[in-house]
Write a protein that binds this ligand. Structure first.
Ligand code: SF4
Ligand SMILES: [Zn+2]
Length: 454
C-alpha cells in the first residue's frame, strides 16, 4: 500500500449479521450458551460454588456496615469467619448469611456510613466470579466454582479493607465477622434472629441521622447521568432517595463535603409552592438552569404531573395506567409483561433519556420505603399493581389495609380485569379517585408538554 492510499479499500467485504434490536428480544438466541437478561453479571446456578441469601432464603440475611465512633473497639484487619469457607462447601450450596463490618476513624460518624458502603460496593464490583444483587438489607450473592480454589471469604474482606483504607484514609480500623449459615452451625434458625436484630440496628442507625424535608433549607442535586441524558437532573431531599439508589441526603451531603467540585451540588430549596406535590422554587430554578432550560418545573413527589426526569439508571419505575386511573410500580428484575402491555425493559427504554415524561417516574427501592413516596399522586392509595416479589419485599411499607388490594401479575396483567379486581377488593383508588365507580382517565400531556388544567 502506498502512502496516502485509503487502507479501508483493502478490507474484504466480509459477512453482515443482524442482531436483534427490539428491546424485548435483545438476548434472544443466547440461551444455549447460558446467557440472557437475567444472567447479566450473574453467576449461573450451575456454575456456582456457593449462593449466599437471595430469594431462596426470602432475603433473610444481611450485610451491615456499622460506624463505631469510640476508638479502641474495632480491631483493625481482623476477620472472623463463622461456618465453612468457600472451598469447604459442596459446589452449588445455598445458605443464608450475616456479614458485619465495623469501621472506625477519627471524625467518621454515622452520616458517613452510606458513603463508606458505596465504597465497599465499588471495591467488590467486577471481582471475577463474584456477583451481588439487591441491597445491603436484602443481599443476594453468588461465587462461582471457577474461583472457589483461589478466593476465600477472608480475601473478599481484604479487598474491602484495602480499598476503603486506600480511598478514605481517615478510616483507621475495620473488623469483619461473616457468618455463613450452613446447616451444621444452625442454618436459618441461627441467622434469622440475627437478621431481625440487624435490621433493627440498621434502622436505629438511620433514624439517628434521619431528617425530614421540612428540617432543612438545602436539598442536593446530582448530574452524574448527564453524559447519558444531557437534560437530566436529580433532586435529593431527606425523604427522596434518587432512583439509582446510590445515595441518600446524608450521602449527598458527605459527598459534597469530600468532593465539592463533583457532580453533586447544593440545591437551595427556596419557597415551597406545593407541599403535597413537592414543588419548590429553588428546585425549579436549579433544574431549569442545569437541564439546558428544558425542564421548567418538577413535582418531586409525583409520577403523574411534572415528574422529575428519568436518565435511565432507575431501579424501578412507577407508571400511570389510564384504564384504572392508578399507578403501577415495577422494578428491573421483573421480566414479565406489565398492565401497559409491555415488558419493563421496553418501558424503561421509552422513558429514559432525560425528558419530562408525565405519567412515568423512576423510583428506587429505598424511595418506596419513604412516607413521601408518590404522595403527590395519592401515595399507596393510588398504587394498584406491582410484581408479587416486589410487593413482598416492601410489604412493611405498604399500609396494611391496602396490601391485599394491590394486584400482582399473579392476579392479572390485563387492565380490564384489573379494573374488576380493584372494584371487587375495594381498593382506595375506587373511592378516592374514580367517580361513581368508574375510573376517570387523565389526559396526560406528551413528554415535555404542559398540563391543560394548570
Ligand atoms: S440517577 Fe443517581 S447518579 Fe444519576 S443523576 Fe440521579 S442521583 Fe445522580
Ligand atoms: Zn442515570
Amino acid at each position: 500500500m502506498s502512502v496516502g492510499e485509503d487502507p479501508e479499500k483493502n478490507v474484504p467485504p466480509g459477512r453482515e449479521f443482524q442482531l436483534p434490536t427490539d428491546p424485548d428480544y435483545l438476548w434472544d438466541g443466547l440461551k444455549d450458551i447460558g446467557l440472557g437478561i437475567r444472567w447479566v453479571a450473574e453467576v449461573k446456578k450451575a456454575d456456582m460454588q456457593i449462593e449466599l441469601s437471595g430469594p431462596k432464603w426470602e432475603y433473610k440475611s444481611y450485610t451491615i456496615m456499622e460506624v463505631i465512633e469510640e476508638p479502641g473497639i474495632v480491631r483493625d484487619g481482623i476477620v472472623t469467619l463463622v461456618g465453612p469457607d468457600l472451598h469447604e462447601v459442596e459446589p452449588g450450596t445455598s445458605v443464608p448469611s450475616a456479614w458485619d463490618i465495623k469501621v472506625y476513624g477519627p471524625g467518621i460518624g454515622q452520616r458517613h456510613r452510606e458513603y463508606l458502603e458505596r465504597q465497599m460496593a465499588m471495591a467488590l464490583h467486577g471481582i471475577e466470579g463474584y456477583m451481588a444483587f439487591g441491597s445491603f438489607q436484602a443481599p443476594w450473592m453468588r461465587i462461582s466454582k471457577a474461583v472457589a480454589g483461589r478466593l476465600t471469604f477472608a480475601k473478599l474482606c481484604q479487598i474491602i479493607h484495602a480499598y476503603i483504607k486506600t480511598v478514605v484514609p481517615q478510616v483507621e480500623a475495620m473488623e469483619f465477622r461473616w457468618i455463613i449459615g450452613a446447616p451444621e452451625i444452625g442454618g436459618l434458625d441461627l441467622i434469622e434472629p440475627l437478621y431481625r436484630r440487624g435490621i433493627q440496628r440498621l434502622k436505629a442507625q438511620e433514624q439517628s441521622v434521619a431528617l425530614e424535608d421540612e428540617d432543612v433549607d438545602l436539598f442536593y442535586g446530582c448530574t452524574i447521568c448527564k453524559s447519558l441524558a444531557p437534560n437530566h437532573v436529580c433532586a435529593i431531599t431527606p425523604s427522596q432517595i434518587p432512583y439509582c439508589g446510590i445515595l441518600s441526603y446524608n450521602g449527598a451531603q458527605v459527598t459534597v463535603e469530600l468532593d465539592p467540585e463533583g457532580y453533586i451540588f447544593p440545591m437551595p430549596k427556596g419557597e415551597c409552592k406545593n407541599f403535597l406535590q413537592g414543588s419548590y422554587s429553588g428546585v425549579d430554578a436549579a433544574v431549569y438552569e442545569r437541564s439546558n432550560h428544558q425542564v421548567k418545573r418538577v413535582n418531586i413527589f409525583s409520577a403523574i404531573r411534572y415528574p422529575t426526569t428519568n436518565c435511565g439508571c432507575f431501579e424501578g419505575a412507577a407508571f400511570y395506567i389510564p384504564e384504572v386511573d392508578g399507578l403501577g410500580v415495577a422494578i428491573r428484575r421483573y421480566i414479565g409483561v406489565t398492565p401497559l402491555g409491555i415488558k419493563f425493559s421496553r418501558l424503561a427504554g421509552t422513558i429514559s433519556g432525560g425528558s419530562q415524561n408525565h405519567g412515568y417516574k423512576g423510583v428506587s427501592m429505598r424511595s418506596m420505603q419513604s412516607k413521601t413516596f408518590l404522595k403527590g399522586d395519592g401515595g399507596w392509595n393510588r398504587i394498584v399493581w406491582m410484581p408479587a416479589d416486589l410487593k413482598e419485599e416492601v410489604a412493611e411499607y405498604i399500609p396494611e389495609e391496602i396490601y391485599d388490594k394491590i394486584a400482582t401479575e399473579q392476579d392479572t396483567i390485563d387492565p380490564v380485569e384489573l379494573k374488576e379486581f380493584l372494584k371487587k377488593k375495594g381498593h382506595p383508588v375506587v373511592e378516592k379517585f374514580w367517580k361513581n365507580g368508574e375510573p376517570q382517565s387523565l389526559n396526560v400531556p406528551l413528554p415535555g408538554g404542559e398540563w391543560a388544567d394548570e
